[in-house]
Design a protein around this ligand. Structure first.
Ligand code: PGA
Length: 261
C-alpha cells in the first residue's frame, strides 16, 4: 500500500488527477474504473483543467463506472450517468461510446448485470480503479454484510448509504433502494486501485478499513489485500491513521506514485 496524506483537499484532488494523467501519458488507451459521489468532483475538475491545458487526452480511453441507481434514467439529475456527463465527460475528449455505466432502467436487471460484466471482460483489465469510501465501509455499492459478490449485481442500499446520499435528492424518500454495482472481483482485478477519502467524518472508517480486520462487514478492508493499492487522504480523513503512523510506523507514507505503471 502507498499512503499519501495531503494538507488540504485541493492538493489531494490535484495529486489524484495527476496520477491518472501520468497513467494516460504512458498508456493512452487505458481502461479506467470511475466513481461518483462528493469525493471525485474536485478530481474531475482537475482532470478537465489538464485536458484544457492539453496535458492529456482521453480520446482512446475506455471508462467503466462502478454503479448506477436502479430506476433513475440518464437525464435524472441524481443519476450517475448525469453526474458523469456534468462533472467530466462533456468537458473532456472521451468518445461517449467509450464511457460505460450500468443501465439502471433496464427491463431485465439481471441481464443488464451480465451485459456489463461482458463489456468489462471484453475491455481487458481495468488499469486504474478510482474508489471513494462510504461511511459504512462500502466500495461502489458493495455494502457490508455476511457475504460479498464478485460480479456485477443488484445491491440493496444500506439505510446509512441512503441517508448519506439523500443530499443529492429533493427528499430522502426519493433515494432509490437499489443499485447496480460492479462486484468485488471486478474491482479487485484492476491493476491499480486509487482510494481517495476526504473529511474528518471518514477518519474512523478509514482507520477501520486500512488497519482493522479484513471482513465482509467492512468491504473496503479487503483492499488491504490488493497488491497495488494507492491511498490518498486529506488531513481530516487521515486523523486516526496518522496517530498510528507516528506510534508504530504503520505503512510508511510515500511522497509520490512514481513507479506505479
Ligand atoms: P462520497 O461517497 O464521496 O459522496 O462521500 C463515497 C462513497 O459512498 O463511496
Amino acid at each position: 500500500m502507498k499512503l499519501n496524506i495531503f494538507a488540504n483537499p485541493n492538493l489531494l484532488h490535484e495529486a489524484a488527477a495527476q496520477t491518472i494523467v501520468r497513467l494516460l501519458r504512458q498508456k493512452p488507451d487505458a481502461v479506467l474504473g470511475l466513481a461518483t459521489g462528493g469525493t471525485p468532483v474536485g478530481i474531475y475538475e482537475a482532470l478537465t483543467a489538464a485536458v484544457r491545458r492539453r496535458e492529456v487526452s482521453f480520446a482512446r480511453v475506455a471508462s467503466f463506472n462502478l454503479d448506477e441507481y436502479v430506476g433513475l434514467p440518464p437525464d435524472h439529475p441524481a443519476s450517475y450517468r448525469y453526474y458523469m456527463d456534468q462533472h467530466l465527460f462533456r468537458h473532456i475528449d472521451i468518445p461517449p461510446e467509450r464511457t460505460h455505466i450500468p443501465d439502471g432502467c433496464a427491463a431485465d436487471l439481471e441481464r443488464e448485470c451480465e451485459r456489463y460484466d461482458r463489456l468489462l471482460q471484453a475491455a481487458g483489465r481495468i488499469d486504474l480503479m478510482l474508489l471513494g469510501l462510504g461511511h459504512n465501509g462500502h466500495i461502489g455499492f458493495n455494502e457490508p454484510g455476511r457475504a460479498l459478490h464478485s460480479k456485477t449485481h443488484v445491491a440493496i442500499l444500506h439505510p446509512q448509504t441512503r441517508e448519506a446520499n439523500a443530499r443529492f435528492f429533493r427528499t430522502p424518500e426519493e433515494v432509490p433502494t437499489r443499485a447496480i454495482t460492479m462486484g468485488l472481483g471486478s474491482i479487485f482485478s484492476a491493476r491499480t486501485i486509487l482510494l481517495v477519502v476526504k473529511g474528518n467524518d471518514k477518519a474512523d472508517i478509514v482507520h477501520r478499513a486500512l488497519t482493522g480486520p479484513i471482513t465482509t462487514e467492512c468491504p473496503a478492508s479487503l483492499l488491504q489485500l490488493h497488491p497495488r493499492l494507492v491511498v490518498m487522504l486529506d488531513e481530516g480523513a487521515a486523523a486516526r491513521i496518522k496517530c498510528q503512523t507516528t506510534q508504530n510506523a504503520f505503512h510508511e507514507p510515500v511522497d509520490s506514485t512514481n513507479g506505479l505503471w
